[in-house]
Design a protein around this ligand. Structure first.
Ligand SMILES: [Zn+2]
Length: 714
């Protein structure tokens, strides 16, 4: 027999499978070098393309012969292909995020397009699409299978697989143009942000700024070639990126400079800056193209396309939620503005009578200090990481009946700081899952922020043996120094709880089908439910005071500090909520009401919405849309509302514990078990509205979120 023209690489045939292609088990991180990535990923993709072709050929034959199809001859082989890529490429992407080097970044980038291309080929295969439809029509599937299949069909259709001839060509051309426009939009925001700077030479221009910000501004000057620049003597360079812009508005006592900075920031990429970048025309083109794409796919507008894959049932349902929040937040935001004016008045500031947008952050910071004297740095000694973990694991045992035990040494790691833990059922000691925890920041080699990612997904091997889920939990807090453990800010504690919530969702799933296990197949406006739910426990008296003890003296966190944390949580909650409502409603209406022939510009439509969703009217040059990257350069188009949607779910879920009384141990445990058996265990196997109702006994309500945000009428 002759070799097929697309022979698989010799490595795949040899008995020693390279670590990068193991495809199962805990990864051997140390063996996965950039060279291995460049060598083995192309070979893997080649093999996957061949296998995909073989599956397509078999399906084609079966369809032609009108043979019935089965889950294990269609979905299982496709899943196994996808899983091989997910396992290998997942490790590469993970290492790229936590152990970045120039070589690895380059190796990752060199393979990315080919990985995406494989996904596109599978996702747009008409044979597979017809086979899935056949499988669907045949019936006989269980609820989980039906949901997996429906999502798969929907995603393929949203990629245009159902279109033919000219329609398909037009769809693909528009997709291509949209991708380019999005990239250009994002780049122009970046360019406009970088183009504006203001050199400060006089220490008087720095009045009010904290030491850290002075240092940052001097560092920015040094990077622009002013090698002599120092935090004490300047010069200092102001700019529009958030680390300089946000704190400057908050602390600067120079109202004139705050105004210049603010005006430059809100008019970014609107054609008025020195760099000349203007996203205005791009916005109209993007919205028009999305509208046309929606029509081609059989939807009335892009908002419908977006909602087709979300928990929210309709635009009206989203609008009702936003209106509930708006009504609660608007009067609160007005009151808060009055409080800021009064604060300015007490300081004898001339602007008190006529507060402008560039004054808001400044007086908010003054008022915050007046009320809470809350210094986030000062609380660190009460939150050493080992104690916080003990508190978090104890809470998980109490609520969900799981035991978390250190298992360092049982798994290969990518860095000596990383810990490995196993999760067992507290009732019978059965192993359930495991996770890595990579807590500390490593500037230069680790991506910022915090996240949960899947290492292994719950499933069964071909021989029926189970694969237990394993999660990566990554944070970026300060590392230990000498004998001092990592001392966390309260915000870092909240972040850890948040990511752990995602981890629990992934690890405590009982769904056997990997396509719907854990966070898989969960509608993305519902996926933040477990994570935000866990954040609530940081404000629970027993949980917080149980873990917050001074790392040296063992003293508990003083009661007064706890009260301040509680009060600070809702500080200016009206303005914060109203701002999110403004963004969410603008996003939604742009993707449902706006059309080139609607007689109003996108910005005009936004102004109409601003009339009821802002308490300070936007300035004439305020061109927020021109830098609204979430919806024009990111994936949030007609989906910005998801932030608030998920918060409603998480706050409402937490309120189930408040209702049974947070002091009633037995009831708390029972409610916690119910949360584990519904939200945490059912993953994407059922519609999130059903899962939520199974836990809560009724549909979600915004009441708890409004109360937690401090917006409920007194
Ligand atoms: Zn999250």
């Amino acid at each position: 027999m002759t070799q097929p023209p697309t022979a698989v690489s010799p490595d795949l045939l040899s008995s020693a499978i390279p670590a990068l292609l193991a495809g199962e088990g805990l990864p051997e991180f140390a063996a996965m070098t950039p060279d291995q990535v460049k060598k083995h990923i192309p070979a893997l993709l080649e093999d996957l393309h061949t296998s995909l072709g073989a599956i397509e050929g078999q399906l084609e034959e079966a369809l032609a012969a009108d043979q019935p199809l089965a889950w294990n001859t269609v979905m299982d082989p496709l899943h196994r292909l996808g899983e091989r890529l997910r396992w290998s490429w997942g490790v590469v992407s993970h290492l790229n995020g936590v152990c970045n080097t120039t070589e690895l970044r380059e190796a990752h980038a060199s393979q990315q397009a080919a990985v995406v291309a494989f996904g596109n080929r599978a996702g747009q295969s008409t044979v597979i699409h017809r086979s899935l439809k056949r499988l669907d029509q045949q019936g006989g599937l269980d609820v989980t299978q039906q949901r997996i299949l429906a999502a798969e069909l929907r995603d393929m259709e949203l990629r245009g697989v159902g279109l033919e001839g000219e329609q398909r060509q037009a769809f693909n051309a528009a997709s291509q143009e949209l991708a380019e426009l999005s990239t250009r939009f994002g780049n122009q925001v970046l360019d406009a942000t970088n183009a504006w700077t203001l050199r400060l030479n006089d220490p008087a221009e720095l009045e009010g700024l904290p030491e850290s910000l002075r240092g940052l501004l001097a560092e920015a000057a040094r990077q622009k070639g002013e090698v002599e620049a120092s935090a004490e003597a300047g010069p200092w360079l102001l700019g529009l990126d958030f680390p300089r812009y946000g704190p400057f508005l908050q602390y600067s006592r120079r109202r004139d400079l705050r105004e210049r900075l603010y005006r430059a920031h809100v008019s970014r990429a609107s054609g008025v800056g020195e760099d000349g970048s203007d996203n205005g025309p791009l916005i109209e083109r993007i919205l028009t193209l999305r509208q046309e794409q929606a029509r081609r796919l059989g939807y009335a507008n892009w908002a419908e396309v977006s909602l087709a894959s979300k928990m929210a049932g309709s635009e009206a349902e989203v609008e009702r939620l936003l209106e509930d929040l708006r009504q609660a937040a608007y009067p609160a935001a007005q009151r808060e503005l009055d409080e800021l004016r009064a604060c300015a008045q007490r300081s004898g500031a001339p602007e008190a009578a006529d507060l402008k947008p560039w004054d808001v952050s400044f007086w908010a910071e003054r008022l915050r200090q007046e009320r809470f004297e809350l210094d986030s740095e000062a609380l660190r000694p009460w939150f050493p990481l080992p104690q916080v973990l003990e508190g978090l694991f104890g809470l998980c045992d109490r609520l969900f009946g799981i035991t978390i035990v250190a298992a360092d040494g049982e798994a290969p790691l990518w860095h000596p700081d990383v810990r490995f833990f196993r999760v067992n059922d507290a009732a019978d000691g059965q192993p359930l899952a495991a996770f890595y925890l990579d807590p500390y920041s490593r500037p230069g080699s680790k991506r910022g922020g915090a996240w949960m990612d899947e290492c292994l997904v719950r499933q069964r091997r071909a021989d029926g043996s189970p694969v237990l889920p394993v999660a990566y939990l990554v944070c970026n807090q300060s590392p230990p120094v000498g004998e001092t453990p990592s001392l966390m800010t309260f915000a870092e504690v909240e972040t850890l709880f948040h990511e752990f919530g995602h981890g629990l969702h992934h690890m405590l799933t009982t769904v056997e089908r990997p396509q719907a296990a854990g966070i898989n197949n969960v509608e993305w406006d519902a996926v933040e439910l477990p994570s935000q739910f866990m954040e609530n426990w940081c404000y629970d008296r027993a949980t917080l005071l149980g873990m917050a003890r001074h790392w040296q003296s063992g003293e508990p966190l003083p009661e007064a500090e706890f009260e301040k944390l509680l009060a600070a949580r809702t500080f200016l909650g009206g303005a914060a909520t109203l701002r999110q409502v403004h963004f969410a409603l603008t996003d939604l209406k742009l993707h449902s009401e706006w059309a080139p022939e609607s007689g109003v510009s996108p910005e005009g439509l936004r102004r109409r919405i601003a009339a009821t969703t802002t308490v300070l009217e936007p300035l004439p040059e305020d061109a927020m849309l021109c830098s609204f990257s979430h919806i024009f350069a990111g994936g949030y188009a007609a989906g910005y509302y998801s932030y608030k949607w998920a918060e409603v779910l998480s706050a409402d879920a937490f309120s189930a514990f408040e209702e049974v009384d947070l002091g009633n141990e037995e009831a708390i445990r029972a409610t916690g078990r119910r949360f584990r058996d519904t939200v945490l265990s059912q993953g994407g196997s059922r519609h999130p509205a059903e899962v939520f109702e199974a836990f809560r006994g009724r549909p979600p309500s915004a009441e708890a979120l409004i109360r937690h945000s401090g917006l409920a009428p007194a």
